[in-house]
Design a binder for this molecule. Structure first.
Ligand code: SF4
Length: 332
């Protein structure tokens, strides 16, 4: 299905002209970059401001670039409320035009009676119609409220499934409406409940359990590989919404514990790439940045990259049975 997104061009033009902005920076996540030129041309035809597209990779609202522009327009995400979001950033969530009802109809028979409903920024405007639809089909539907990193009820981030944990005891399973595996994976590992994916773009319904089990096997192997490591790097992100200084200090402290005989340095970085890590020649890394980094990109790294939770398992401070997903929570 050809998915279209609402870039809210008219609202953007009104804002730019109303504020008399001189220089505008447009920031797109990887999945929307192909639309960037088209959006820039549509805006620049109706404003006097200089329009520049930010070319660096972007994966979330946690990533706000340094710029001399007087307005950043960030597409594809909702704001992270607990982050300082100056007036000079405008978030355009890029609502998807895909109708989720056909795939919800396909999902109904696979769902238990009590379900928690979750989605991402692109489909959040459909959460009430989806809830009404499922209730008409006899389901009891709960839409949770997350912590201060989540803008909307029912919204899940790849680094924050608090919206699911907050209602997990009251539901038998979660239904995630959206594409990809990472968000439902975060929900499955944060809540220990079954998670069904209703993907309205590819029109398919699937269970996350196989992906979750495969990921757990990979994580177990990565932890075992790190047992040989003596020299660790601790990744501290320069991106404002991924920067966990207290967590980096905690990781350094447990690695420096005299009984472990391990040494560790904190390395600050913006975009993390395997080449950048390799240059340091360290034996293993612990990432306090975006949790997706260690998990989604694991095959690209030549040495183990662990989450802080996985380091606790490696050091014997946590049992493998207590494996939980690394989340970035409000206040961290
Ligand atoms: S930290 Fe990662 S998962 Fe969280 S908002 Fe940023 S890019 Fe997304």
């Amino acid at each position: 299905m050809m998915e279209k997104f609402d870039f809210e061009i008219a609202r953007i033009i009104r804002t730019i002209n109303g504020r008399g902005c001189r220089k505008i920076l447009l920031q797109f996540p990887e999945g929307l970059k192909r639309k960037a030129a088209q959006v820039a041309v549509a805006i620049s035809g109706q404003v006097k401001s200089e329009i520049i597209i930010h070319g660096e990779p972007c994966f979330g609202a946690c990533d706000v670039p340094r710029t001399s522009a007087d307005l950043i327009i960030h597409f594809g995400h909702l704001p992270i409320p607990c982050l300082d979001s100056p007036n000079s950033i405008m978030f355009i969530q890029a609502k998807s035009d895909v109708d989720p009802m056909p795939v919800l109809e396909m999902a109904v028979d696979k769902l238990p009676r009590k379900i928690g409903l979750l989605t991402t920024a692109q489909h959040i405007h459909m959460i009430v119609p989806a809830m009404n639809f499922l209730e008409e089909k006899g389901k009891e539907v709960l839409v949770g409220k997350g912590d201060g990193r989540l803008f909307a009820e029912g919204q899940v981030l790849g680094c924050n499934a608090s919206v699911a944990r907050n209602v997990a005891k009251k539901v038998d399973a979660f239904l995630f409406v959206g594409t990809g595996n990472f968000h439902p994976l975060a929900v499955a590992l944060a809540s220990s409940k079954p998670v069904i994916i209703a993907d309205p773009v590819n029109n398919e319904v699937r269970d996350i359990s196989e992906v979750r089990d495969r990921m757990l096997r990979q994580r177990h192997a990565t932890i075992e590989k790190a047992r040989e490591a003596k020299h660790f790097g601790i990744l501290l992100s320069e991106k404002p919404g991924q920067r966990r200084e207290k967590m980096a200090d905690y990781v350094k402290k447990i690695l420096a514990d005299k009984q472990q005989h391990l040494d560790a340095v904190i390395v600050e970085m913006d975009l993390v790439t395997p080449q950048k890590l390799d240059a340091f020649g360290l034996d293993a890394w612990v990432s306090t940045a975006c949790p997706r980094l260690a998990i989604d990109d694991y095959a690209a790294f030549s040495v183990p990259v662990l989450t802080p939770i996985e380091l606790e398992i490696l050091l014997g401070k946590r049992a493998w049975n207590d494996y939980v997903f690394d989340e970035i929570l409000e206040g961290q």
